[in-house]
Design a protein around this ligand. Sequence first.
Ligand code: NAD
Ligand code: UFG
Length: 337
Amino acid sequence: MDLLLTGGMGYIGSHAAVVLTQAGHRVVLYDNLSNSAQVMVERLERITGVPPLFVDGDVRDTDRLRHTLRHHASEAVIHFAGLKVVGESLDIPLDYYANNVQGSISLLQAMREVGTRAMVFSSSANVYGEPRYLPVDEAHPTGVTNPYGRTKLQVEEILHDLARSDPAWRIVCLRYFNPVGAHESGLIGENPQGIPNNLMPYIAQVATGKLAELRVFGNDYPTLDGTGVRDFIHVMDLAEGHASAVGYLREHAGWQVINLGTGQGYSVLEMIRAFEAASGRRVPYRIAPRRPGDSASCYANPEKARRVLNWTARRTLAQMCATTWAFHSGAGGKGAA
Ligand code: NAD
Ligand code: UFG
């Protein structure tokens, strides 16, 4: 298929571009490079042997999107573009609503005008808020607690309304749990600007010596060792979930919301030990107070993805750590993600 990947130069979009290209799809990466870099184009070509088509554009630029969709005859859009840092969304909420909500409306308007009515949307487990039961399935009530989560939920609701209004729309919202890891080449991965907010890139930067020590946010949670438990999913498994969703959209109209997780939770201390084993480096840490807004445990019920998309996560925690280490300790980690 001819696919447009908004945010396709970013962490998850670039891994999806690899999987989709290798599956025979033609991908166009539409990105404003606000959190990625041009060097991605040559890295993707080195991995797949196919130079990706890149369009430097903002999703709020409806004219440019319309032109791009028409010119490349895009049959479906995977909408990764957006801002994603929970803490930052509390400081600059307007930027989050403009990029994530206004950007999505602009994209959907362009798609409607050119007659492209198939979309896979990057949503987040963040929309569930504090889990009321585990594992979290798609029937779990939503309960957003920050502007980032609200933008994701609002876009989901817009998409649901669209699908209700016109049966021609084909929409899958994927709620990701905690994506980690990198492509096995070590060429692409997650390399956040500044001090990382998320656990895995932080651990990786402590292991390389870039940061001195990890702060473990709380060791008094009701979990196996007192530290937070999350559903870490290898980004290549996540990328393959998008290929399955695109296959599903070929056959089915309507609206679906589907978790992408492994169903297995690991604690912060388990992550540290697994990373030390994969890297052969020590990861010094100290226990710090709980981070406000964090829940004790969050992991997915991935049954619907298995049933509807015929997809399950396959890669192990050791693979998540080994590929993260290969990326951070090699050439990949020195450029932008
Ligand atoms: P990322 O920041 O690496 O990638 C996003 C890409 O979108 C970047 O290349 C950025 O330059 C681009 N972009 C941002 N605003 C844009 C705009 N207005 N117009 C065009 N391009 C724009 O993030 P990621 O981790 O790859 O996340 C991709 C999507 O998945 C996001 O929508 C994010 O909210 C969602 N998500 C991510 C996680 C996670 O932990 N990484 C978890 C759940 C959901
Ligand atoms: N943690 C630490 N020290 C750190 C960073 C994190 O102990 O320096 C702990 C957290 O307290 C938590 C666990 O590691 O227990 C995971 O934290 P992350 O920040 O990596 O991930 P979160 O589950 O908090 O949130 C992430 C994204 C959200 C997304 C959610 C579900 O940041 O946007 O996963 O997809 F919604």
